[in-house]
Design a protein around this ligand. Structure first.
Ligand SMILES: NC(=O)c1ccc[n+]([C@@H]2O[C@H](COP(=O)([O-])OP(=O)(O)OC[C@H]3O[C@@H](n4cnc5c(N)ncnc54)[C@H](OP(=O)(O)O)[C@@H]3O)[C@@H](O)[C@H]2O)c1
Length: 231
């Protein structure tokens, strides 16, 4: 068996930026090979190169609301690395305008498709491979999925992710597959147009993710809420 087939593979959606890119760097530092998926192929290619090139990291163009594209993402990862051990379903977008009365329905559709449907598809297409490896699936939810934020459709998509996570945890019970719901408070990433100096850094969330995946096989970290100390 080649070295490629021995090394664990970590697939990340939304890997071109923010939390996904920070997790990719942390995963490579921890010894994983990484498959980096998002829409921005130029940014993914630059990150894959930074992380060591094709033996260590591949870039996969994927719009997560497209089932066929997600199936192709899994096929490309298996073609390159032969296995998928860990998946982080992380791709997400925010609101363009606040409020239910004042928000933009086209933006709502895209948020629902990306933040919720896209995560469910990632779980669906990856689970057969994750089952084979008794691996780990992580869903990137939010603190916004555990509290109310007035008029927030974004927050409602994250409540849906919380429900998806709880139900997936139940579905996987007894299979040996571990499932973790990651729920950050505010994180200073390109998700926001302006810097958020009091927020978490993307690396703080990556640390929480690597904590969950590095536990011994009998320890299943179901949920991590991580927030800035200041608010
Ligand atoms: N920042 C925060 O305060 C915060 C707090 C809690 C939870 N979160 C969640 O954390 C996740 C990552 O956010 P972030 O803060 O790291 O933001 P970010 O820097 O804007 O990263 C978002 C990532 O998602 C990708 N993406 C967006 N729509 C996509 C689609 N339809 N198909 C494929 N990829 C898509 C983006 O890449 P492309 O544009 O290249 O496709 C990018 O890689 C999101 O789910 C977000 O809701 C963020």
């Amino acid at each position: 068996m080649s070295d490629t087939q021995h090394t664990k593979t970590f697939l990340i959606t939304g890997a071109s930026s923010g939390i996904g890119a920070a997790t990719a760097r942390a995963a490579v530092a921890a010894g994983y090979r990484v498959a980096l998926a998002a829409r921005s192929t130029d940014r993914l290619a630059a990150l894959a190169e930074e992380l060591g090139g094709p033996d260590r990291a591949i870039a996969v163009a994927c719009y997560v609301a497209d089932h066929t594209a997600q199936q192709a993402m899994v096929a490309a990862t298996l073609a390159a690395f032969g296995r998928i051990d860990v998946v982080l379903a992380n791709a997400g977008i925010g609101s363009t305008a606040a409020g239910i009365e004042t928000g933009d329905p086209d933006n709502w559709r895209e948020m629902i498709l990306t933040n919720f449907y896209g995560l469910a598809l990632t779980a669906k297409v990856c689970l057969p491979e994750i089952r084979k490896r008794r691996g780990h699936i992580l869903l990137l939810g939010s603190r916004a999925g555990r509290r109310t934020i007035k008029g927030s459709i974004y927050g409602a998509t994250k409540w849906a992710v919380t429900g998806l996570g709880y139900n997936l945890i139940d579905e996987l019970e007894g299979t040996g597959v571990r499932c973790t719901l990651i729920e950050p408070g505010m994180v200073d990433t390109p998700f926001f147009e302006t810097p958020k100096p009091d927020a978490l850094k993307a690396e703080d969330v990556a640390n929480a993710i690597l904590y969950a995946v590095s536990q011994p096989a009998h320890v299943d970290v179901s949920e991590i809420l991580v927030k800035p100390t200041s608010h």
